[in-house]
Design a protein around this ligand. Sequence first.
Ligand code: SF4
Length: 221
Amino acid sequence: MDFDSLDKEIVACRKCPRLVAWREEVAHTKRKAYQDWEYWGKPVPGFGDHKARVLVVGLAPGAHGSNRTGRQFTGDGSGSFLYPALYRAGFASQPDATNRDDGLTLHNLFITASGRCAPPGNKPTSEELNNCQPFLRREIEMLKPKVIVVLGRVAFERILKIYSIRNSKWKFAHGALYQLENGTWLLCSYHPSQQNTLTGKLTVKMFDEIWIKAKELMSND
Ligand code: SF4
């Protein structure tokens, strides 16, 4: 299995009827500001360096963000906070992420999500996340990352599930750091959603510290 085959499989997936209906309805009705766009309206594959040592796991596509553009964190408020931070840390070639052809490349970092289809209210169900989990598992198997950065509690719990970790001392908190049995680091960050960034729950400084830490961890042997 390689990334191209996996991406094709992801993009063709229709396993969750509720999400298939929602992603396609949003793509059809569109937001007023994006009436000229041809929305992606399909599952969104991972994006980045296929030799990355850092894997970033988010929640799920935004209805008018990556469900519109077809690339992780591209075209919405979360991405406008994430990519400048990745650029400052040297993981991204540019701070802007507007569409799939904007020239953005990532170095040593790969971005993916717990769920690949935009969910109503940004809330996928457990069943939908379970349906989608094999895609994330396969990306992890192919990348063998040294560091996994989880953006938000849902991604944290998904990683615990994939690695069968039932340690009640492992709790999600911004900046929390754990080491998996295989040596991979698990670093937690608040999700860069506008709900967090506009309220000051997640500041630029707090977010920059996450990427500095990720760099440090990926460079240590
Ligand atoms: S959320 Fe995942 S499993 Fe469900 S339809 Fe989308 S790609 Fe398939």
